[in-house]
Design a protein around this ligand. Structure first.
Ligand SMILES: Cc1cc2nc3c(=O)[nH]c(=O)nc-3n(C[C@H](O)[C@H](O)[C@H](O)COP(=O)(O)OP(=O)(O)OC[C@H]3O[C@@H](n4cnc5c(N)ncnc54)[C@H](O)[C@@H]3O)c2cc1C
Ligand code: FES
Length: 270
């Protein structure tokens, strides 16, 4: 079935498991800002899946995102070809990152978080900020968007698990020149380590969270996180929060809640 909402214009394999997609969607393209996301529904058999918008053109009416194949929905998404029309594309959702001009920013991204980091780095760069980007992936072959991030950063530092990992490299970068703000997006464990480091060095930090998200509009509560001792909804109040206030341990525990169900769906629907 082809629904022709948000038609797929381009699809490109960036790494073994990561794809880039460009969709025709003039309404979202005219409004979206860095840090926001969409909810994509492929067809009646799918669930709505959130993806950060990484690039867009309001003038030409397209949006771009990158995704990693991790389970049933992302595997099916990787199988559709240009011309495919999605059942629904909702967005832009969440709050854009608040961009201050003229400050020194470090953008720290791991894995698929690099696509969001590109949009955020570009927004700060356009506002006249100095931008340094620290990008990490388990292996070098899993890094992507390097030209894009490079084009909006003063310096880019690459990290892999067999060399200096993100917190160690970030410490060096911050000690060389103290940034005014760190923006981080990646695995919860890595963002927690980044947050502990920046707290120690006294640098304001925003972490962009990706909890389980079902409705995207504040109804189901699946995306709740504890920030500063209070329950917040990532879809409405986030996705980025003051990292030093986030309860990362509780977030980690919640992320694993549906692991068995996700494994079963992935097996049964193969
Ligand atoms: C605000 C937001 C923005 C996001 N942006 C992107 C993006 O730009 N690109 C991208 O590839 N992914 C992004 N994600 C994560 C993406 O939505 C999930 O990877 C996707 O829903 C998994 O669906 P699935 O059916 O393929 O896998 P599932 O079968 O649902 O899960 C497979 C595995 O992935 C894990 N997983 C499920 N949901 C998440 C999640 N939210 N974060 C981390 N691991 C998860 C599961 O625990 C499980 O181990 C974002 C999530 C949020 C909340
Ligand atoms: S995803 Fe349902 S409340 Fe946020």
């Amino acid at each position: 079935m082809n629904y022709k909402v948000g038609t797929l214009l381009e699809k490109e394999r960036l790494t073994d498991k990561i794809f880039r997609m460009k969709l025709h969607h003039p309404q979202i393209a005219s409004k979206v800002r860095a840090g926001q996301f969409i909810l994509l529904l492929m067809d009646e058999r799918s669930e709505r899946v959130p993806f950060a918008v990484s690039d867009w053109s309001g003038e030409d009416g397209w949006i771009e995102f990158a995704f990693e194949v991790v389970g049933y929905s992302t595997r099916r998404l990787s199988e559709v070809e240009p011309g495919y029309g999605f059942l629904n594309v909702a967005g832009p959702l969440g709050n854009p990152v608040e961009v201050e001009g003229g400050i020194d920013v470090c953008v720290v991204a791991e894995g698929i978080g690099i696509s969001e980091a590109y949009a955020v780095a570009r927004a700060f760069r356009e506002a006249g900020c100095a931008v340094r980007s620290v990008l990490g992936a388990d292996r070098e072959s899993e890094l992507f968007y390097l030209d894009k991030v490079g084009s909006v950063s003063d310096e880019v530092f690459l990290c892999t698990k067999d060399g200096k990992w993100i917190p160690e490299r970030l410490r060096e970068v911050m000690e060389a020149k103290r940034p005014d703000l760190v923006y981080t997006v990646g695995k919860v464990e890595t963002m927690k380590a980044v947050s502990e480091l920046t707290k120690e060095l006294g640098v304001r930090t925003l972490a962009s969270l990706r909890p389980i998200m079902l409705c995207g509009i504040g109804i189901c509560g699946s995306c709740r996180v504890k920030v500063g001792g209070k329950i917040r909804l990532t879809c409405l109040d986030g996705p980025s929060f003051d990292a030093h206030q986030i309860d990362f341990d509780e977030l980690l525990a919640r992320m694993g809640m549906f692991r068995e169900e996700e494994r079963v769906v992935s097996e049964v629907m193969k």
